[in-house]
Design a protein. Structure first.
Lengths: 115, 112
């Protein structure tokens, strides 16, 4: 299985809602990532979990809260979002370890719209 | 710090013509370089990667890229464009173990 899955595919939420994005991989990868991608832009890194520990937090607002329950799952909890948070949210995974040549495998993304 | 420059935010080619997408990098250490493709409303798919094993790297869908250290380039080519190649292409270099530095992307249009 060489796939990263993400649910839901689309999400529309109000600014007072709480919702979660889910990501799953069964490739035995030990690093998982959340990216935010606005239209016509490259993905922007938000968080990296390595061996289930938060390794990188790119100064993301606290209304985004990541969680890594185990090595296969990654969640992104959303609360009190703003309309400018509307974007495609991508999850990725890689083997991990201490070498930078591990390619990242991306999921199909969740299209988030904040009203 | 590493950086990536993709010259040409939009490239148009005729079906059957050569595809050339440019990527130049700046890195203080031997780089690991990647090309990804993104179709509309989808995630990124790895086309190929350079990890210093060979300077000419072959990828999926007939794409290849040549690492040229003297020019700090890693341009992506395909001999004959197909309509299905129309997509956004991103070049990336790694910074540390986990971070990708992405270029701004090149949108490829294939004309019939």
């Amino acid at each position: 299985d060489t796939e990263v899955t993400q649910t839901p595919k689309h999400l529309v939420m109000g600014m007072t809602n709480k919702k979660s994005l889910k990501c799953e991989q069964h490739m035995g990868h030990r690093a998982m990532y959340w990216y935010k991608q606005k239209a016509k832009k490259p993905p922007e890194l938000m968080f990296v979990y390595s061996y289930e520990k938060l390794s990188i937090n790119e100064s993301v607002p606290s209304r985004f809260s990541p969680e890594c329950p185990n090595s296969s799952l990654l969640n992104l909890h959303l609360h009190a979002l703003q309309p400018e948070d509307s974007a495609l949210y991508l999850c990725a995974s890689s083997r991990g370890g201490d070498r930078g040549n591990n390619e990242q495998f991306f999921g199909p993304g969740t299209r988030l719209t904040v009203l | 710090a590493q950086s990536v420059t993709q010259l040409g935010s939009h490239v148009s080619v005729s079906e059957g013509a050569l595809v050339l997408l440019r990527c130049n990098y700046s890195s203080s250490v031997p780089p690991y370089l990647f090309w990804y493709v993104q179709y509309p409303n989808q995630g990124l798919q790895l086309l190929l990667k350079y990890t210093s094993a060979a300077t000419l790297v072959k990828g999926i869908n007939g794409f290849e890229a040549e690492f040229k250290k003297s020019e700090t380039s890693f341009h992506l080519t395909k001999p004959s464009a197909h309509m299905s190649d129309a997509a956004e292409y991103f070049c990336a270099v790694t910074e540390g173990t986990y971070k990708y530095i992405f270029g701004t992307g090149t949108r490829l249009k294939v004309l019939a």
